[in-house]
Design a protein around this ligand. Structure first.
Ligand SMILES: Nc1ncnc2c1ncn2[C@@H]1O[C@H](COP(=O)(O)OP(=O)(O)OP(=O)(O)O)[C@@H](O)[C@H]1O
Length: 244
């Protein structure tokens, strides 16, 4: 099995007239299995676009992406997506459903309509409850997610992403809008997945201190290009020349 789990070769996405350039412009990077990488950059640098490209939500106009050695194409996407969990800013939960039901939604991609029509199979429910337990939310399993705090909601979203046992977790601004305590809980959860389960994590963050505390490696984007790729030392300096 190759060491690299994510590879981008000369990745270029569509030209944006408003920017006068492609949104991503010649991205080359390799992420190794089990790495915790943070994606940094000013607003509009292309971080979300890069994450979304990895799961085929954005089609490159040039270059290619390989996940687990497989080139991302419409044919390989269903298999590739089973290996990737995705976490969005704010969690993206269904507010009127319970924490448990939201976690079970992570199984919709692998269950047929018939299999879920009368409720999810018992083993899915047990798995969802187990994940909620691991994330310290077992008592809140039946609670509507609209009643949970921001940090609790984000941990439900992590459980939802984990129910498909992904090898890779992509997190787009997972702590934006959370207070210090909730941010720490979410980052510690990601860190735990990385150290205890060897999960590959790529997270978009804005806080350089938190990035340096949890990630092993930073990739800094500026105007659609990678301008730094390395250890999380002195990240402040990497922003000194970023286009404002
Ligand atoms: N579909 C689109 N059409 C045109 N421009 C787009 C499209 N999607 C994104 N952009 C532009 O591409 C640039 C990069 O967007 P992206 O969301 O990837 O940036 P980001 O680094 O994640 O920014 P932020 O930190 O603000 O979330 C932005 O200037 C955005 O306006």
């Amino acid at each position: 099995m190759s060491d690299c789990i994510i590879e981008c070769h000369n990745l270029e996405t569509a030209y944006a007239a408003s920017l006068n350039r492609p949104i991503l412009n010649g991205i080359n990077c390799q992420i190794k299995r089990g790495e915790f990488v943070v994606l940094l950059g000013l607003n509009g640098a292309g971080k979300s676009t890069l994450l979304r490209s990895l799961v085929g939500l954005i089609k490159p106009v040039r270059g290619e992406i390989q996940i687990n050695g497989m080139t991302v194409t419409p044919r390989t996407l269903p298999k590739i997506r089973r290996d990737i969990g995705m976490l969005f800013q704010g969690g993206g939960l269904i507010r009127q459903l319970s924490a448990l039901e939201n976690v079970l939604c992570g199984r919709l991609g692998v269950r047929t309509t018939w299999q879920t029509l009368l409720g999810f199979p018992k083993r899915d429910r047990l798995l969802a409850l187990d994940l909620l337990e691991q994330l310290g939310l077992r008592e809140l399993a039946e609670q509507k997610t609209s009643k949970l705090s921001g940090g609790q909601q984000q941990r439900v979203a992590i459980a939802r992403a984990l129910i498909q046992s992904p090898q890779i977790l992509l997190a787009d601004e997972p702590i934006t809008g959370l207070d210090v305590v909730a941010s720490q809980q979410v980052m510690q959860t990601l860190s735990h997945l990385h150290t205890q389960q060897g999960m590959t994590i790529v997270a978009v963050l804005h806080d350089l201190g938190i990035a340096a505390k949890y990630a092993q490696r930073a990739i800094v984007l500026d105007a659609g290009r990678i301008v730094y790729d390395g250890i999380c030392d002195n990240l402040q300096a990497q922003f000194a020349n970023a286009s404002m």
